[in-house]
Design a protein. Structure first.
Ligand code: FES
Ligand code: FES
Lengths: 162, 786
């Protein structure tokens, strides 16, 4: 057993876990944060994407102990209290989800994409950048629209914060 | 149109929980004291089991129990069933081999279930499985569809591996038509095998409560009541009143979660054996190995034309791979969901189809989005396109010249098309796709050294899979009606209990739209309850694009009764005769007066029952309905795909996608378009990327997302989606259904575009860059010679 400390969605947490515990298992099973999903076992689908120290990672291929001391944000922690994150709102507004299973990972990847690529994202960029996220329901059309709109809306958020 | 009624693009009510990570999927369900199941699966495609020794595994840390097929048999647990009986040409019933949930003496595909190991943790169960010794006697295996009937038999009941030898249509009339044909177009077609791959893998949590002797199963199902029926009546887990099945949020299904599989059967049964809840969640490789696959047809088809380019006959022979066992509805997919659609949108006087269903050492094959209809559409739309090319006629014009234009239209293959306007969709699609400009665009591509092509798919499909009596006469073991109950609360809010199940379709929104519009109440005041057999009395679930046409019609019928009863109550409240009460926009009014009362007040009066005698009128406001349609519904439309091929790399880029669909009355255009997008993506996936490949020993070579090419965002275009509308005459709401259309329409549109670009027909699905590159070399050689 190993002990791991991290800050998840702003809260300090400690876990006593097997050293081989994956971050996604720690989040889902120990912390009961079941918004982060598992869709594959080969690091292909992106259903498990969370942010570790502000960067998107696939929690299905990250050991929990490797995140000792890290700040982790999951889909449950993206909204500011009851106020949805602009990317969450954009997914709802543009019908960027159907069954919702890929959605948490899509939204976390999209926010990371904006952090890296800025607020003006072309369709081409969005499609290329979503290469690590599979959706079986939407055909991506509305996800692309949602990400573009969410990226723009995040600019408003950044401005408001200034 | 009200802001939240029928026809409004209302934002989805269910989204909030999904975008905030508060969905509740089966793997999110955990029960106190639960154990975890790991299924030991066959590594061989075909073998006898000559012994299973698990004594050592049983002693491993955390192991609670290990069960094999013998334990199930000892408990008299029945095998998995196929619920649709198909009759061969000679009148004999289909040859259904036994399908035990855990193998008994033999395994028949890689991934077949040999034993279940139950332990405190999943890791412990999985580790212990490595210490189970199974002695296999390996047998010759075959995964190939075309040679199945010459391969080693899988089941004693079918020595030639033929499940049935079925036919439909008039052979004599068809042969006569071919005899007088001016031109005959012939094609050999392989409809590639697909893996449905909803993003949520299957999962199950079984539990048993000793005090009440009841089972509860959480499972990833599209039809929890059908699961309960099968687990009760056929498999024998427990009678229905002692078995609750809950399908909570389900992360996509596409058909693959219709079926009743080994894993949920074993989990729920074992929960009583071990006295603790038993949970299983599939990993992706298990999903590839054991979820029911789709398609996998080998077909020869011929189309006969007269001197006026009119189609006069169609004959088709298909060998359909059904896998190692007959899955829940597998037998119906390449028969009654396939051949009746071969007529397409065309007036074809004579059709004859023969289908051999065969066993192979592969995962069972069953319904996958479209289920039989994509296979039929691929046959007819490829034939029509090639025929037009051979005859030197524009493919749009050729289609237009053969469209059904009079309704009702009885085809020679069961269906009676009840309404539509096929040319309206074609004309709109030609416009949207700028068909006039194609020659210029082709020339521009050619100037860059690229090959451009355009392909049509003028599809029709059949949804609803009812009336029940009709499908019963074709061999269905169940009725395919739907049920609904509308419960009005005393404060005027409404709960609708439906037998339909939503796993991405957005029923919590669209069904609420129907109620909100009809009763004139805010959509927030309506909640939709589904997916729990203890809440909803009975239902047939969601597949075959039936939830709108059948499920919502049941709600509509229940709402009729609610309105009738509420009018009675309003009559007492307003002191007027029931017949003088009008109901509009949420208000009951005495005809010709300004005396009125709103819906909420009437609801309250129905429950307090102060204004009427309980002897004259029952208190309360709750009504139920079962709805059985009068016909299948027939959505139809035209999709046009335009591609540009780079002959140097073989990469096919979809430059434009135009879809014009007639789904009848549309409840929520935003959601309908989303369904179209998703369907097209899966259809393009089949045409360009996806293919389940077994090697000659029956090993699945494509068992992960690294080997099986799922469509990703950068593989796909944006879609230009338009609609036409002819009301469906077969249900009160005029809905036809939209869930599968894209997936049905897309594959032939893509292949017709690629073959147009290539200038020859030598390409099969999936048209991967490698395949297209090879085919394009032929084209370039020819072009160079010209
Ligand atoms: S679950 Fe992490 S990439 Fe699929
Ligand atoms: S919404 Fe279902 S997988 Fe993306």
């Amino acid at each position: 057993m190993a002990t791991v400390h991290m800050t998840v969605n702003g809260k300090a947490v400690t876990g006593h876990i097997e050293p081989n515990t994956l971050l996604v298992a720690f989040l889902r099973e120990n912390l009961r944060l079941t918004g982060t999903h598992v869709g594959c076992d080969t690091s292909q689908c992106g259903a498990c994407v969370v942010h570790v120290n502000g960067q998107a990672i696939k929690s299905c291929t990250t050991l929990a102990i490797a995140c000792d001391g890290a700040h982790v944000t999951t889909i449950e922690g993206l909204a500011n209290g009851t106020e949805l994150h602009p990317m969450q709102m954009a997914f709802r507004e543009h019908h960027g989800l159907q069954c919702g299973y890929c959605t948490p990972g899509m939204i976390m990847s999209a926010v990371d994409m904006v952090n890296r690529k800025g607020h003006e994202l072309s369709e081409h960029t969005i499609r290329e950048e979503l290469e690590g996220n599979i959706c079986r329901c939407t055909g991506y059309h509305n996800i692309v629209k949602a990400v573009a709109a969410g990226a723009k809306a995040m600019q408003g958020m950044a401005k408001a914060a200034e | 149109m009200s802001a939240t009624g029928i026809g409004a693009s209302v934002k989805r009510k269910e989204d909030f929980r999904f975008i905030t990570g508060r969905g509740n999927y089966t793997d999110d369900v955990n029960r106190y004291g639960q154990t975890h199941a790991y299924f030991l699966r066959s590594p061989h495609a075909h073998a006898t089991i000559d012994g299973i020794d698990y004594a050592e595994a049983l002693k491993m840390p955390g192991v609670v129990a290990i069960f094999t097929g013998k334990d199930l048999a000892d408990d008299k647990i029945g095998g998995l069933i196929c619920g649709w009986s198909i009759t061969s040409k000679d009148g004999s019933p289909m040859k259904a081999g036994a399908h035990p949930a855990l193998a008994q003496g033999k395994v028949r595909y890689v991934g077949d279930h040999v034993a279940v190991i139950i332990a405190d943790t999943y890791a412990q169960a999985r580790t212990a499985a490595e210490h189970v010794n199974v002695k296999y006697g390996v047998l010759p295996a075959n995964a190939d569809t075309a040679s199945a009937m010459k391969s080693a038999p899988l089941h004693d009941v079918a020595s030639d591996n033929r499940v049935y030898d079925w036919h439909l249509g008039d052979k004599g009339a068809t042969e006569a038509a071919f005899a007088k044909a001016k031109h005959i177009t012939k094609l050999d077609i392989v409809n590639n095998r697909l893996v449905p791959n909803p993003m949520e893998p299957r999962a199950a949590v079984g539990e048993y409560e000793q005090g009440t002797e009841t089972f509860c199963l959480h499972t990833t199902s599209q039809n929890p009541h059908v699961a309960r029926l099968v687990l009760s009546a056929f498999i024998g887990i427990a009678p229905e009143h002692k078995l609750r099945v809950i399908a909570p949020d389900v992360g996509g299904g596409f058909g693959s979660k219709i079926f009743i599989y080994a894993e949920e059967t074993v989990c729920v049964w074992a929960s009583k054996k071990v006295g603790r809840p038993v949970k299983w969640t599939s990993d992706r490789t298990e999903a590839f190995l054991s979820d029911a696959h789709g398609r996998d047809h080998v077909t020869h088809a011929e189309l006969a034309m007269d001197a006026n380019n009119k189609i006069i006959g169609l004959r088709v022979h298909t060998t359909a791979n059904l896998g190692a066992y007959l899955s829940t509805f597998s037998s119906a997919v390449p028969t009654y969901l396939y051949a009746p659609l071969l007529s397409g949108q065309y007036n074809i006087p004579a059709i004859y189809a023969e289908v051999d269903g065969v066993y192979t050492n592969t995962a069972p094959v069953d319904a996958y989005r479209g289920a039989g209809r994509p296979e039929a559409t691929f046959v007819i739309e490829r034939l029509v396109e090639v025929a037009a090319r051979e005859l030197g006629v524009d493919p749009a014009v050729f289609r237009q010249g053969n469209y059904v234009t009079q309704f009702p239209h009885q085809t020679p293959v069961i269906f009676c098309y009840d309404g539509g306007d096929y040319n309206a969709s074609m004309l709109k699609a030609l416009e949207m796709a700028d068909y006039k400009g194609i020659s210029a665009r082709k020339a521009a591509s050619a100037a860059k050294g690229k090959l451009r092509g355009i392909g049509f798919s003028s599809y029709i499909e059949a949804c609803g899979i009812a009336p029940s009596a009709a499908v019963g006469s074709l061999g269905a073991g169940v009725g395919l009606w739907e049920s609904a109950e509308v419960r009005v609360n005393p404060v005027g809010t409404v709960e609708v209990l439906t037998g339909s199940h939503s796993h991405g379709q957005g029923h919590e929104t669209t069904f609420a739209q129907l109620v909100s519009g009809r009763l004139g109440i805010p959509i927030e005041n309506v909640s939709i309850v589904h997916g729990d057999t203890d809440k909803v009395q009975m239902g047939m679930g969601t597949y075959g694009s039936r939830s709108g046409a059948v499920g919502m019609s049941a709600i509509s019928k229940a709402l009729d009764k609610i309105e009738a009863k509420a009018k009675k109550v309003a009559g007492y409240v307003l002191e007027a005769a029931e017949g003088d009460i009008e109901f509009k926009d949420g208000k009951f009014t005495v005809k010709g007066t300004d005396k009125s009362v709103d819906f909420g007040s009437v609801a309250l009066q129905a429950y307090v029952a102060h204004k009427f005698s309980g002897q004259d009128l029952e208190p309360g406001l709750k009504e139920g309905a079962f709805y059985d349609p009068t016909n299948f519904t027939f959505p139809a439309g035209v999709h046009i795909c335009e591609v540009e091929i780079d002959p140097d790399t073989g990469v096919t880029k979809i430059e434009r996608w135009t879809a014009v669909d007639d789904f009848g009355v549309i409840i929520n255009p935003m959601i309908v378009e989303g369904q179209v997008h998703g369907g097209i993506a899966q259809g393009i996936g089949q045409a360009l990327l996806e293919g389940a490949i077994y090697d000659k020993d029956g090993q699945l070579l494509t068992a992960s997302f690294m080997d099986y090419a799922m469509p990703r965002a950068d593989d796909l275009p944006s879609y230009n989606v338009g609609m036409t509308e002819t009301r469906c005459p077969s249900n009160p709401l005029g809905i036809k259904g939209c869930g599968e259309a894209g997936c049905i329409a897309a594959p032939p549109a893509v292949i017709n575009a690629i073959t147009d670009a290539l200038g020859h027909e030598n390409i099969a699905m999936p048209a991967t860059p490698q395949a297209v590159w090879r085919a394009a070399q032929q084209t370039m050689k020819k072009l160079a010679a010209e």
